[in-house]
Design a protein around this ligand. Structure first.
Ligand code: ADP
Ligand code: MG
Length: 673
């Protein structure tokens, strides 16, 4: 029966039991005189039982009165079976439990206890200031039963576990051995030991993860070579001439790093992080033009059709005076147009392809793809990156993201990439003034919007749904009509959402860009990438329905020129989380700060459970605070692979096994071993 219950918790083998980690600890304080016990703490007291009684009225309970020199406390059990026999008047007992006040008296509820009279030397002394592991439990299998089973088996299970590192390696870094850590995580003697065990196991987790990244990286380096691209000074000057503004120092820095990558036959694998509006697109353009200048092709993949369409227009504008042949490929491109594009890519008559994941369909083949760019990577999911195939060699890859994810998370998710950061906005940008308000003030919000429109500026209004009827929410179409009819009737209000057909959608975006539409009412189709610098106001209705990074992205649609921009978040009567998110938006302008807030509000589990995969096996590592551990583990892991790329050294045998067991399918260690 117990085996069945254990299986219910995912514990099928003895080994699983060892890796069923406590979710928390209970710290018992050292023994104290009864008079010094304070409500709210875990207290331990020793004394004599001077009275007991079984109360049969519901709730049935058993009470024992414990006395020492300083005073008396009531010990209470609500599930008294088996206890009333053991606790007789006159016995000396040590009890430990949560201290409460009940009827003016100190009470220990549901305490653990030991009878000290029978065999004083046989008594388990651990109760003196000790720690109990707390496990995720079920009704049938409470945490103390799990703890007991673990306690009974730890000693036999632990020696069967393989060490990954030699003792010196761990000691040097201040960690326990893997075995000691596994033992201590279940049966820590002190708080300090529990934390040391946690850090040790977190280091192991990070290490294994980074080891997989290092192996991947090694294969990128030693696998198929990439085409060496011409990014010399002549080409560099030619590309710079096409860019109508001076690049920021940060943009130049990233471009220099990319130039170096491209002039090597090792495929570039670079992640470009930069907050919304920091100007990643021109950096991508630079890299793509280096490919084209060398006589090869480049591709740019975006997560939404609207963004792909916009990139297509933007890049064509940059390339007005260049002889670069561009084409767009999305799910909406069909029939003859699609056939022509596919032929052009295959024959090499198209230099630059811009599109959505339609670019990685089976029937898409390039004559000579030398570089691909993935924009807004966080919308794709980690495993899906870089799958555009070239016919010759491995393409260079540039992955771009504005997603506010903290550095540690980025390192775990993208540990096999080189990372560049644009940490500076183009000159003259002001932080977007952000306010939150309630729906009762909508009229005032739109009066404010009207004021900006009067100045010739433009606005977005974003809603969570397209049509009414879906939930009890104002919808995009409803708000568009309402604004046009009433609140903003002197202005031209457009409507944009994912169900509008492509040519119409392009038409609407183009009209908005040309200021023939003043206000664009939209769903989150405009969340990423859309770039219309004259738009200065972003209104989000039902704002508490949106996630924090989504709100940050939406806000990033404004503040794209030297004009002062505004973001108004309209909330319903909302949950605590919703309010916390909106407050974070009001307080922080930086995507990285927002990311940290997001972690705090949603907690690790939520974020880890997201598409940033490969994280779910992190039990101990805290991605927000364990940066030092991660950096150390990363350094160690990359060094290990540098010295022993296939992990064939006898000393690395258990590591090899561990990494294969965990990542076997995704790394190519197996076939080269
Ligand atoms: P994101 O990093 O969010 O993709 P974009 O590449 O869309 O940002 O750039 C935002 C806006 O800033 C665009 O209109 C772009 O043309 C402009 N921009 C980019 N770099 C500069 C710069 N160095 N100086 C002035 N404007 C710039
Ligand atoms: Mg962008």
């Amino acid at each position: 029966m117990r085996a069945g219950h254990l299986q219910g918790l995912g514990i099928k083998t003895c080994g699983d039991l060892l890796f069923y980690y406590p979710r928390d600890y209970l710290y018992y304080s050292a023994e104290k005189p009864i008079a010094e016990l304070r409500p709210g703490e875990m207290g331990t007291a020793k004394g004599r039982i001077i009275q007991t009684r079984l109360i049969k009225k519901r709730p049935v309970r058993f009470e024992a009165l414990l006395e020492d020199e300083s005073g008396r406390a009531v010990l209470t059990w609500f599930n008294p079976y088996g206890i009333s026999d053991k606790l007789q008047v006159g016995l000396t007992v040590r009890a430990t439990g949560k201290v409460t006040m009940f009827g003016g008296r100190v009470q220990l509820a549901q305490p653990k206890f030991e009878v000290l009279d029978d065999a004083a030397e046989g008594v388990d002394d651990r109760i003196d200031s000790h720690i109990d592991a707390v496990y995720s439990a079920t009704l049938e299998l409470p945490t103390n039963v799990i703890a007991r089973i673990v306690r009974e088996h730890v000693a036999t299970l632990v020696p069967q576990v393989e060490e990954w590192f030699d003792a010196a390696h761990l000691k040097e870094r201040g960690y326990l051995t893997r075995r000691d850590a596994l033992k201590a995580i279940h049966l820590p003697r002190t708080k300090k030991e529990a934390e040391k065990a946690r850090r040790t196991l977190a280091y192991h987790e990070f290490f294994l993860h980074q080891l997989a990244k290092a192996i991947k990286r090694y294969h990128q380096r030693t696998g198929q070579p990439a085409v060496i691209l011409r990014a010399d000074d002549v080409v560099d000057a030619r590309i710079h001439k096409l860019i109508p503004f001076a690049l920021t120092a940060a943009q130049e820095r990233v471009i220099q790093a990319i130039r170096k990558d491209l002039q090597s036959n090792k495929p570039m694998n670079r992640l470009l992080q930069g907050d919304v509006g920091s100007g990643k697109t021109v950096v991508a353009l630079y890299a793509m033009l280096a490919a084209v200048a060398t006589g090869h092709q480049a591709a740019l993949m975006a997560p939404t059709e609207i963004l792909a369409e916009q990139h297509f227009i933007t890049l064509q504008k940059f390339l007005e005076h260049a002889r670069v042949r561009t084409a767009i490929l999305t799910g909406s491109v069909g029939g003859k147009e699609r056939a022509a594009t596919l032929a052009g890519l295959l024959q090499g008559t198209i230099d630059l392809a811009i599109g959505t994941h339609a670019l990685i369909s089976d029937d898409v083949a390039f004559k000579s793809l030398a570089l691909n760019v993935i924009d807004e990577q966080h919308k794709f999911g980690v495993e899906q990156r870089a799958m555009i195939r070239g016919k010759h060699g491995a393409p260079h890859t540039l992955v771009m993201t504005a997603t506010p994810i903290p550095r540690t998370l980025a390192m775990t998710a993208f540990g096999d990439l080189d990372v560049s950061v644009i940490d500076e906005l183009p000159p003259g940008r002001h932080p977007v003034v952000t306010r939150m308000t309630v729906a009762a003030n909508r009229d005032q919000v739109y009066q404010f919007v009207a004021g900006r429109l009067k100045e010739g500026e433009q606005a977005y209004v974003v809603l969570p749904v397209i049509d009414e009827g879906e939930l009890e929410l104002r919808s995009a179409s409803q708000v568009q009509e309402e604004l046009q009819r009433d609140l903003l009737k002197d202005y031209r209000i457009g409507l944009l959402h994912g169900r509008i057909e492509r040519s119409m959608r392009q038409h609407i975006m183009e009209r908005f860009r040309q200021k023939l539409i003043d206000v664009l009412v939209a769903t989150t189709v405009i969340e990423v990438g859309v770039d219309v610098p004259n738009a200065t106001v972003m209104v989000v209705e039902h704002a508490d329905r949106f996630g924090l990074s989504q709100l940050h992205q939406l806000r990033g649609r404004v503040g794209r020129s030297e004009k002062k921009s505004f973001c108004v978040l309209i909330a319903d009567q909302t949950t605590d989380d919703g309010i916390a998110r909106l407050q974070a938006m009001v307080k922080h302008a930086s995507g990285f700060k927002i990311a940290e807030e997001d972690l705090k509000i949603r907690g690790m589990g939520e974020i880890i459970g997201t598409r940033q995969s490969g994280q779910t096996d992190m039990h101990f590592a805290d991605l927000l605070f364990d940066t030092d551990l991660l950096m150390l583990a990363r350094r160690d892991a990359f060094l290990t692979i540098k010295n022993d790329p296939r992990l064939l050294a006898p000393a690395n045998a258990s590591l090899r096994q561990a990494v294969l067991a965990r990542f076997g399918d995704t790394i190519s260690l197996a076939d080269v071993g």
